[in-house]
Structures are given as C-alpha cells and as structure tokens.
Design a protein around this ligand. Structure first.
Ligand SMILES: Cc1cc2nc3c(=O)[nH]c(=O)nc-3n(C[C@H](O)[C@H](O)[C@H](O)COP(=O)(O)OP(=O)(O)OC[C@H]3O[C@@H](n4cnc5c(N)ncnc54)[C@H](O)[C@@H]3O)c2cc1C
Length: 325
C-alpha cells in the first residue's frame, strides 16, 4: 500500500541517530516519515549507560523510552511515526525515493539512513540458544555479572583486548580465543593484557560449540593446526568479532565499504551515489539525496552521543539541500 504523500524526508531507524534526526526534522517542519522496527537501538540491552551526556546513569530500556517520548512530544503533524515497520528496500524513483517496508511504501525527496548495526554472532552450535545465558557482547554492561567466574573472550582486535582488560578486574581467568595467529589490537593493550597472569591465550582456534544446560558451561574449539577438538570450561563467553551494519536495503543506491558501512562525508553525513566515482567529500552538486548517521556509517567511532551528533549534522545539511533546490 502506497500512502500517497510525498514526504520531504524519510528517516529510517529509531536509535539515538534516528531520533535525534526526528526531533530536528520536527523543529525544522520537514514533512517526515519516521520508520523504525523499534526504539532505543543497540544499547537497549545495556544494564547501565553512564556516558549519555546530561544523564548520569540510565539503562538501555530507559534510554529507549526517553528517545521515543522526546520524538513523540515534538512530532505533532510534521513527523509521521511508523514504529514496528521493517524497511526492505529503498529505490530511486523520479526525483526522489520509494521506501518499501513490510507494511507499505513511502515516497520521499530525501533519505536519512540511521539503521545502526548488530553484533556479529558466534557461528557455533548452541550459540543461539545460550545467547544472554552466558554468551554476551558487552563487557562494560555485563562484566560485573561474571565476577568470580572463568570466562573466554572471542576475537583478536582492540575490542577483544579492551574486553579482556575490563574482565581481568572481576574474573579469576580470562582466555582469549583467536582464529588467527597474530592479534590485530594495538601493541600497548596487547602487552598490558598479556602481562597479567590471569590472561590465557588460545590461537588458531575455531569455536565449534558452546555447551550448557541453562547457562554456558564450556566451549568446544578446534585447534586449526592439528584438527583436534578440545573443551574449555567457562561460564561466560564474550564475543568481539565485529559488527554488521544494517545497510543491505540501500546497497543499490549508495556506496558502502567492504564491511557494508555507508561511506559518508564527515562534514555533512552525505552518502555518495553508487555510480559516482567521486568521494562524498565535497561532492557538492552530486549529492545523492541520501544521508547516513551513526553506526551504519564508516565513521571511525561508534557511540550513542556520536550517532546523535552525526544525525543532527545530517539534518542541518538535508534542510539546506531541500530548501536550496
Ligand atoms: C551492548 C551494548 C552496549 C553499549 N553501550 C554503550 C554505552 O554505554 N555508551 C555509548 O555511547 N554507546 C554504547 N554502545 C554503542 C551504541 O549503542 C551505538 O553506538 C548506538 O546505538 C548507535 O546508534 P544508531 O542510532 O546509529 O544505531 P542503533 O542504536 O543500532 O539503532 C538502529 C535502529 O534502526 C532500526 N533498524 C535497523 N534496520 C532497520 C530496518 N531495515 N528497518 C527499520 N528499522 C531498522 C533498529 O530497530 C534500531 O531502532 C553500546 C552498544 C552495545 C551493543
């Protein structure tokens, strides 16, 4: 079902980036359709967020409620909120775009993609069943729950090493399990973490199974050199093997990195059209009509405040784009 309205802007995503953009769109009176599966985004699952500026501490559920309330108070008849809808496709149609969701289709002159990312899951037997039952993706949220327990951290980059560094404060042993032979983290943190006698390292290992009745009790890994399988008793598994941006639905229209992040101009958050050889930086007249903000972009740092700030930057630029035409 096509709703018939031609919106100025379609915002996709209800995390801090999308909601910041929505509030600004309402204030600027841009006729906007705001589409999101849910509110709050990734840190919904966090038990304690202590760096959302202006709020000393809140949990992810409160953050989600606050974001939704903020948008609804100012949305009025300017921002049309379509919560619970999932965007399947965005395509170029005439001078604008058509956004197709699982419930309908919306036409808009411009698009802001704020769909964030989700953590890469551990591809091992039993991992789905034991997610949030010992398998976790956030040491700063869940670390204290594992105090006094032996745990494993999967990965070999900075995120993995920072996770180990945090867990060493609570856990009697932390075992890093890495697929490769060499770590990709910064030397300084590798040295610091490996110098701690509570750190153990298993390299060249693929985790094949996570075992446990109700909660994690052990992992099974394959030693890639010998092909033999071994078991390690742990009560927690922290997975730090990267994240997957939710950007497939725009892959036909904007440039993405090899990891699927939308390439953006950090001054304006503009995305480049897929057929444009030029970088989005200073691409001026060749603006694609698509902007992106937050964790779905190739920005170097991904945090709640950054996502919100990037989205505000995008909104300022979208406003000029729409009114300069
Ligand atoms: C466990 C955890 C704890 C964290 N703790 C902190 C912290 O303490 N402080 C901090 O600053 N950062 C923290 N982060 C990082 C922070 O959550 C992210 O940087 C931030 O959420 C990015 O915001 P975003 O709006 O770009 O995307 P997201 O928060 O990922 O939001 C994306 C939104 O888009 C929606 N969506 C996605 N695809 C579609 C689609 N196709 N159709 C419709 N809707 C869609 C989703 O439902 C979601 O609402 C944490 C991350 C995790 C995973």
């Amino acid at each position: 079902m096509l709703c018939g309205m031609f919106y100025d802007l379609a915002i996709i995503g209800g995390g801090p980036a999308g909601v910041a953009a929505g509030v600004y769109a309402a204030r600027k009176k841009l006729k906007t359709v705001f589409i999101t599966k849910d509110f709050g985004g990734q840190s919904n699952v966090s038990t304690g967020i202590e760096n959302w500026i202006g709020t000393v501490r809140l949990d992810g559920v409160e953050l989600a409620k606050n974001l939704e309330a903020h948008l609804r108070v100012y949305a009025a008849d300017t921002v049309d909120i379509r919560a619970g809808e999932w965007v399947a496709r965005v395509e170029k149609v005439g001078s604008g775009f058509r956004v197709t969701t699982d419930a309908g289709a919306y036409d808009s002159r411009s698009i802001l993609v704020a769909t964030g990312s989700s953590r890469r899951k551990l591809p091992a037997k039993g991992a789905d069943r034991l997610e949030h039952r010992g398998i976790t993706y956030c040491a700063s949220c869940d670390g204290p729950v594992f105090a006094g327990k032996n745990v494993a951290v999967v990965g070999g980059g900075n995120a993995a090493f920072e996770t180990v560094a945090q867990l060493l404060a609570y856990c009697p042993s932390v075992t890093i399990i890495h697929r490769g032979d060499t770590f990709r983290a910064d030397e300084i943190i590798i040295e610091r973490v490996l110098a701690n006698p509570k750190t153990h390292v298993i390299k060249n290992a693929d985790i094949t199974e996570v075992k446990g009745e109700k909660f994690v009790q052990a992992i099974v890994y394959k030693d890639k050199a010998t092909g033999t399988e071994k078991e390690l008793a742990v009560e927690g598994v922290f997975v730090e093997i990267g994240s997957v941006p939710a950007t497939d639905f725009v892959k036909e229209i904007v440039k993405r990195t090899e990891y699927g992040q939308i390439v953006t101009d950090p001054k304006t958050q503009r995305a480049s059209p897929v057929n444009n050889g030029a970088s989005p930086v200073n691409n001026g007249a060749s603006a694609s009509g698509v902007w992106a903000a937050g964790d779905c972009t190739d920005g170097l740092y991904h945090q709640n405040n950054i996502a919100a700030g990037d989205a505000v930057k995008a909104l300022e630029d979208i406003y000029l784009y729409l009114h300069g035409k």
